[in-house]
Design a protein around this ligand. Sequence first.
Ligand code: CA
Length: 405
Amino acid sequence: MTTSWLPVPDGTDFPVQNLPYGVFSRRGELPRIGVAIGEYVLDLAGLAAAGLVQDRRWFAAGSLNAFMVAGRPAWQATRSRLVELLTEERHREEVEPHLVPQAEAELHLPVEVSDYVDFYSSLEHASNLGRILRPDAEPLLPNWRHLPVAYHGRAGTVVVSGTQIARPYGQRRAPDAQTPTFGPSTRLDIEAEVGFVVGVPSSLGSRIGTGSFREHVFGFVLVNDWSARDIQAWEYQPLGPFLGKSFATSISPWVVPVDALEAARVQPPAQDPEPLPYLQVAEAWGLDLTLEVELNGHVVARPPFAGMYWTPPQQLAHATVNGAAVRAGDLFASGTVSGPNPEQYGSLIELTWNGERPLILPNGSARTFLEDGDVVTLRASAPQAEDVRIGFGEVTGTIVPARPG
Ligand code: CA
């Protein structure tokens, strides 16, 4: 098994097989690019200044965007050089000065998010929401099995893990009322998702085929798509989610490289009917990630990402099939990840079945939707080669009271 000369804790999210990228700073210093290894951040700007990694002004930067534009050859060369530096004892002395304890590092939003798209690619989640919201109709709408349904979200309100989430105000209409009222959301929810980040842009009028995913996509993050169900329910027809989602979307600070997830690739569920040719994928692109949803310190769900019906290459192919261009920093989220069993649901609206069955936490407290002060943390792990597991770190957020305008 490949190991680093740097001791890493057993079960760490960040063994040398992972090496996710992020943006960090120490007190009084400018943000720059680093890679997580065990309990440390390896300072890539420092390594570059010392001539230990090749750099074209990629790493002394406040976001990963410049490095992401450099493309797959640069990503692969950097990754293999970092493995060499961290595993060969002869490099130890020159690398050690560039290790910063994670406890001393503030983590920032890793990418400057250009556009943000949120899919709806879990068959179980889409079916559950259909049953809850339209109990007298077919759970899935007619288009669902033919294309990965999505909407454009708000890139400017994508925030890094740890950012407080203020309960949003908005219009909502009670089920038995004729007119809406205005006030803080009373049905604030989470959506546990996994997103991918584009590095290499495409040009207007071109498509990214399912076979070109790796040439464009830099890596994956965890996403919590905070959702105000009451605002969403009143506003969403006919054009889709708007203010019920746009107040905040949290992502994890570490971007796990696509190459770190090769061993996690699995056959996704069979698709019936067979998708149109532009959505067909030669390789197996399910990803065997196990998510964990923690509410106030208690794990309330473990959604399995391997069961997602639409896979990331299909999502990117669909998003560009009309000639729409993508840019570095575009974030594509999967949609809520839910499995077939209730303990695998990735949102509170499913876990409590629209509030009808409160969750009872081990300390005896009951939850339907989120209350002020609640802390939600998402985690994920994936198998790697050599019996190692890698992790995504976490994305966490605390709900704070609504702020009156
Ligand atoms: Ca979502």
